[in-house]
Design a protein around this ligand. Structure first.
Ligand code: GRF
Length: 238
């Protein structure tokens, strides 16, 4: 049975589109089971409807409490039976109860090299801090905002003259291949979250990661210290 992905998105959904395109051309062997948003006007919902994928908005203000809104959202998410829930530009904190009930099955893409620059306006945060390297992270979602175990990162050099918008554009260009490369290994079962909530760690092929995987120039993930692309064959001097 196909690996089923549900996506939560609040806005334009360019990361969602990267998933849609990769599924369409076979780079990602998975099925997009449903897309959910807190904003009825989110373009991400249009992208899903355009290809016949169920797309639903759950507006927080329609519910008496945050817990009720979260419970409703996740009832709908559970109904599409996802193997993995991907937050791709979903701009609301998920309730701790719902997150804990789905330990190891929710990931998020965040535009910074976590643990640096959590929260909003990350590109401006990086510029204000004088960072020379910025980037994006894919991490498991835990109840702590942007605080779950990091799976993989893409690094982007800060260039002279960068403003937040220009930097955001370059980071976004790396987010899409980062998300796809990470999803490919999640779908194939190479990456998983091991351990209970308060001691969980990312494993690759059954071994704990000592640091996040890094997206190399060839859009392939590598462990830190490993070449990002296969090394050229050793010259034969015989
Ligand atoms: C991305 O930068 C993502 O990392 C952040 O919000 C943005 C969403 O972009 N959390 P898009 O909606 O996928 O185009």
């Amino acid at each position: 049975m196909a690996f089923r992905i549900a996506v939560l998105a609040s806005g334009r959904g360019s990361n969602l589109q990267a998933i849609i395109d990769a599924i369409a051309d076979g780079r990602l062997v998975a099925e997009l089971a449903g897309v959910f948003s807190d904003k009825p006007s989110a373009f991400a919902l249009e992208r899903a409807r355009g290809i016949g994928v169920p797309a639903t908005a759950v507006r927080p203000r329609d519910f008496a409490s945050r817990a009720e809104g979260d419970a409703h959202l996740f009832n709908l998410v559970d109904a599409v039976a996802p193997d993995l829930i991907v937050c791709a530009g979903y701009m609301r904190l998920l309730g701790a109860r719902e997150v804990s009930a789905r330990h190891g099955r929710i990931i998020n893409i965040h535009p910074s090299l976590l643990p640096a620059f959590k929260g909003l306006r990350t590109h401006q945060q990086a510029l204000d801090a004088g960072a020379s390297v910025h980037g994006a992270s894919v991490h498991y979602v835990t109840p702590e905002l942007d605080g779950g175990p990091v799976i993989a990162q893409a690094r982007v050099a800060v260039e002279p003259g960068d403003d937040a918008e220009r930097l955001a554009q370059r980071v976004l260009g790396r987010e899409h291949p980062l998300l796809l490369a990470t999803l490919q290994w999640l779908v194939s079962g190479r990456i998983r979250l091991a351990g209970a909530a308060n001691g969980s760690r990312v494993e690759l092929d059954g071994q704990p990661l000592s640091a996040p995987l890094q997206l190399g120039a060839g859009n392939v993930l590598a462990e830190p210290g490993q070449p990002a692309t296969p090394a050229p064959p050793h010259p034969d001097f015989s």
